[in-house]
Design a binder for this molecule. Structure first.
Ligand SMILES: [Zn+2]
Ligand SMILES: [Zn+2]
Length: 321
């Protein structure tokens, strides 16, 4: 199973500012001082191998969109979670790979908050006749929410004019849905208007997509349910928007979780890898890197017999499970 992150930012897409770019250039030039980088190839190799993440990468970027690729699926079949603004580059990827052949795209929707649906009007494959788009979710209002955001005066192309064949499929929380060697199980989460996480299992590997989910520290029954949902997962993509201090004080009941709670739940579930996701839009790369370092340190200090690998999800990251 392969997981590709097309959008990892929470609530609102963000871009690097010119100040960020200037700062990176300055630090890169300093790092390259005395090196004879006289061709683009040499400079590329230097950036690739010797500059750290904070100079050569950025977390991004687009709002939530995560692709799951499975070895058993048909070549023209795609699986993706949420239609945040990352749906635009994901759509370009589908179009390039299909090269004119029709595709089926299976979309699993966590909920209909704007940052999770805003990419759909810009999702190229939805405009192409012959494509089939199947939108899965557990909310009654899912179809209404997607149609509404393309109604005038908000968008020039109404949903009814999209060329692809678009279907909506209602899933039942807790019930596995089997498709092309992939098993997908939705899980109810605590969030304003409800959200749903998805557990994907295929070929002995498992990945959990769990965003926009708050975990109350004193709700033991809910915690047990979530730990079972994460149980033994190879990867947990986790809403780590806030610090623990924010999550239990000023931003309690805002519907998000923290890196600290992510570590604790993944340790209880003996998950293998935790990807911090749905980054706070007010945090720059340095702030997210600091949170990542602190989370890794926390994992080390609280580690039992079982190691949990902690990573920071960024736009463009691919993980092979
Ligand atoms: Zn969100
Ligand atoms: Zn939300």
């Amino acid at each position: 199973m392969r997981v590709r992150f097309w959008g990892t930012r929470g609530s609102l897409p963000v871009a690097l500012t010119w100040r960020d770019v200037r700062d990176r250039l300055a630090r890169a030039l300093l790092a390259a001082n005395g090196r004879n980088l006289d061709t683009v190839e040499k400079a590329h190799a230097f950036a690739e191998r010797e500059l750290g993440f904070s100079i050569s990468h950025t977390f991004g970027g687009h709002s939530s969109c995560v692709e799951v690729e499975t070895p058993d699926a048909a070549p023209d079949e795609y699986f993706v979670c949420d239609m945040g603004s990352g749906a635009r580059p994901f759509g370009a990827h589908v179009a390039a790979r299909q090269a004119g052949r029709p595709a089926t795209v299976n979309i699993f929707m966590s909920h209909m908050h704007w940052d999770h649906i805003m990419g759909f009007p810009f999702f190229g494959p939805a405009y192409v006749r012959g494509n089939r788009i199947v939108i899965y979710g557990c909310h009654d209002e899912l179809e209404h929410a997607l149609r509404r955001q393309q109604e005038p005066p908000s968008f020039p192309v109404p949903f009814s004019q999209l060329g692809a064949q678009i279907e909506f499929v209602r899933l039942t929380p807790g019930q596995a849905h089997e498709m092309q060697g992939l098993s997908v199980t939705p899980q109810l989460q605590d969030h304003s208007g409800d959200s749903y996480g998805y557990r994907f299992e295929s070929g002995g590997k498992s990945a959990v997509y769990t965003t926009d989910s708050e975990h109350k520290l004193d709700d033991h029954a809910a915690r047990r349910r979530i730990v079972e949902f994460f149980r033994g997962a190879d990867l947990v993509i986790f809403d780590a928007m806030y610090s623990l201090a924010e999550a239990v004080s000023v931003k309690a009941d805002w519907g998000h979780s923290s890196n600290v709670v992510g570590v604790e739940l993944c340790q209880m579930a003996r998950a293998k890898k935790l990807a911090l996701f749905h980054h706070e839009p007010a945090n720059d790369d340095a702030a997210i890197e600091r949170i990542l370092r602190e989370t890794r340190r926390l994992e080390e200090l609280t580690r039992g017999a079982h190691k949990l690998e902690v990573i920071g999800a960024y736009d463009g990251l691919e993980i092979e499970l």
